[in-house]
Design a protein around this ligand. Sequence first.
Ligand SMILES: Cc1cc2nc3c(=O)[nH]c(=O)nc-3n(C[C@H](O)[C@H](O)[C@H](O)COP(=O)(O)O)c2cc1C
Length: 205
Amino acid sequence: MIFYEPGRHKDQGFRHDPFKAFVSPRPIGWISTADAEGRTNLAPYSFFNAMSFLPPVVVFGTGTRSDGSPKDSQRNVEATGEFVCNIVSEALKEQMNKTAVHLPHGEDEMTLAGLEGVACQKVKPLRVAAAPVALECRYLQTVALPSWDPTHGNYAIFGEVIGVHVDPAIVEDGLVDVTRYRPVSRLGYFDYSTVTEVFQMFRPD
Ligand SMILES: Cc1cc2nc3c(=O)[nH]c(=O)nc-3n(C[C@H](O)[C@H](O)[C@H](O)COP(=O)(O)O)c2cc1C
C-alpha cells in the first residue's frame, strides 16, 4: 500500500491531493438562502451529506472567501436560521456550476444562472423550481473545524429538514426512482458522476 500523511501526497507522486477522489461520490447540496433583506443566494456544496434520519439532519462544509470572510451561504444561514438544500439533477449540472461564481454579497446566483425560484412552505429562502427535490431546513448549529491556514476557516453547518418538495415525475408506485433525475455528485479533481443504475441488497438480520 502507498501511505502518506495529509498534505504529503506529492512525496508519493500524487500530482494533486486525492482525498476528495477517495471520499466519493459526494452528493451536492445546492444551498439556497436569503439574507436579512430577503435577497436570494444559491451555491453548490459537495462537502454535504445526511447525518440522521429521525429527524432528518443534513450538513454542509464551507471554507471562507479568499479574504477570510464567511461565504454568503454561511453568513445567511447564521443570520436567518434557514436554508434550502436543492438536489441537482443531471439536467441542471451546467446551471449548478454557474452558481459557484463568487458574487458580491446580496447578488443573486439563481437569476444569474437563469433559474426560477419558488416560495417554500416553512422557510423564507426560495427553492430552485427545476430541482427534482428540495429540502427546507432549519439551522441547528455551526461547528468550527481545524484549518491549516490561520487566515481561513472551515465550518460544518447543520440543519434539520422540516419540509420536503418532490417532483411527482420521479415517483413510481410510492417509491422515488433516482435514475429518473440522475443526481449529480462530485468525485475528485474536476470529475463528476451521476447515478444511472441501482442494485439492491438486504441486511442479514
Ligand atoms: C460542485 C461544487 C461543489 C462545491 N463544494 C464546496 C464545498 O463543499 N465547500 C465550499 O466551501 N465551497 C464549495 N464549492 C465552492 C462554492 O460553491 C463557491 O465558493 C461559492 O461561490 C460559494 O458561494 P456563497 O458565497 O454564495 O455561499 C463548490 C463548488 C462546486 C462547483
